[in-house]
Write a protein that binds this ligand. Structure first.
Ligand code: FES
Ligand SMILES: [Fe+2]
Length: 429
């Protein structure tokens, strides 16, 4: 039997050769926004994923490459290299590599074919789909079919995607994404005023009024359905059903007429993660007003320091907490912005949450079950079983917000609303 410390390690470490690292390496993961590599021979981009230092570039022919960031010669960063004539040339002594990581030139050793062959860098597939460049860091023979999350399949005008760096382990960040209970506390003062939440008058009212949230969690093909129940009018219940698709995709239940939204929580290394944020509407383009709000950092998005993915409000400035606004109950936390509020709580736990210090209660049921599913997928993988969430069929999901009479099991009542289908409206209150 593993100790709690061992389980903690198992769940949070994703470097090469770790069990959870092996699990993450079975999926296509979002690596970059498509606009980060806009054209052939554009500047390369550094990207850290699962504790691996990588470099992404688009070569002269427009092909995408994701290779070791460090040159095979004396390990200088290829980020400073010249992207030219179908390869990246190290700025130090001119060694050159193609998108497949092959060393194609060593200027000081012309004609030394054997040396060229030996100097191959690691290279991973990188593909462009739905505004995102997706990377696969796993064994080539197990590479799955391409991802089919709905936000990536709808028209370009129907979605908005952003990302930010979050300075904590992916797991505690993701657990915030499947914990509907905090909304009525942490986000109160913001859900009523955020331009991307305001239209959900009734849903917001139920969320803010009933703090005794009851959770029902059921397994889905790809992960979990996490149902959070609050009291509604006339003895009915307001259900918010969050989707979690393994290993790190979360989808927040919609609010009113707003777009569907959610996150990916991708490990950079064990103490940092990429918080990916998406909004999309399955049946209409996003409005000018919505796009403006998203670009301004409302909803799941964040205002970033210019030219970076670092939030303006971050742990170095205590997220610019406004104690007067907190005291006056303008916002519950005194921190501006829903995403900044989440980030503050998740980062304040510390770089890697120590589960041995936690005291979990009934509202943490989703988190407990997610940890269990991750662990059992790791175990099953050792026996050759493909983990949940690898099959693209399990990506075609939606979240739901609905009012149901008492005694109705949510997963049955809204079965149709939980699957993505072209042209089908969202189920939302
Ligand atoms: S370190 Fe790159 S060529 Fe020498
Ligand atoms: Fe939140």
């Amino acid at each position: 039997m593993a100790t709690r410390e061992e389980l903690n390690k198992l769940l949070t470490e994703t470097g090469q050769g770790t069990p959870m690292g092996d699990l993450f390496r079975r999926y296509w993961l979002p690596a970059l926004l498509s606009w980060e590599l806009p054209e052939p021979d554009c500047p390369p981009v550094r990207v850290k994923l699962l504790s691996e230092r990588l470099l992404a570039f688009r070569d002269t022919k427009g092909r995408l490459g994701l290779i070791d960031e460090q040159c095979a010669h004396r390990c200088a960063s290829l980020f400073y290299g010249r992207n030219e004539e179908s390869g990246i040339r190290c700025a130090f002594h001119g060694w050159k590599y193609d998108v497949n990581g092959n060393c194609t030139e060593i200027p000081s050793e012309p004609g030394n074919i054997e040396l060229l062959k030996e100097m191959k860098l690691k290279a991973y597939p990188l593909i462009d789909r739905g505004g995102v460049l997706w990377a696969y860091l796993g064994p080539p023979e197990l590479k799955p079919a391409l991802p089919e999350f709905e936000f990536a399949m709808v028209g370009q005008k129907q979605r908005f995607i952003s990302k930010r760096i979050q300075e904590c382990n992916y797991l505690q960040a993701m657990e915030g994404g499947i914990d509907s209970c905090h909304v009525g506390f942490l986000h109160s003062g913001s859900v009523e005023t955020d331009p991307l939440s305001v239209s959900a008058v009734k849903g917001n009212e139920y969320t803010l009024k009933d703090h005794e949230v009851r959770f029902e969690v059921v397994p889905s093909d790809g992960g979990l359905l996490i149902g959070a129940r609050r009291k509604a009018d006339g003895g009915n219940f307001y259900w918010r059903i969050t989707q979690w698709v393994m290993p790190c995709f979360t989808q927040i239940p919609p609010r009113g007429e707003n777009p569907q939204r959610g996150h990916f929580w991708v490990p950079m290394d064990d103490e940092n993660c990429w918080a990916w944020n998406y909004d999309y509407h399955p049946i209409r383009d996003l409005t000018e007003k919505e796009l403006e709000a998203m670009q301004d950092g409302c909803g799941v998005h964040t205002e970033l320091l210019p030219g970076t993915f670092i939030p303006v409000r971050n742990q170095r400035n205590d997220y610019m907490v406004d104690r007067a606004a907190q005291k006056a109950n303008i916002t519950f936390s005194g921190i501006t912005g829903v995403a900044n509020q989440d980030c503050a709580m998740q980062e304040s736990i510390g770089p890697i949450s120590d589960h041995t210090k936690e005291h979990l209660v009934a509202t943490d049921k989703g988190i407990v079950m997610a940890r269990q599913r991750l662990r059992s997928a790791v175990e099953a993988m050792k026996k050759g079983i493909t983990p949940p969430g690898v099959d693209p069929a399990s990506h075609r999901v939606r979240s739901v917000a609905i009012v149901l009479p008492p005694g109705v099991p949510f997963a049955e009542a809204v079965k149709d609303g939980l699957t993505a289908e072209e042209g089908k409206p969202l189920v939302t209150v």
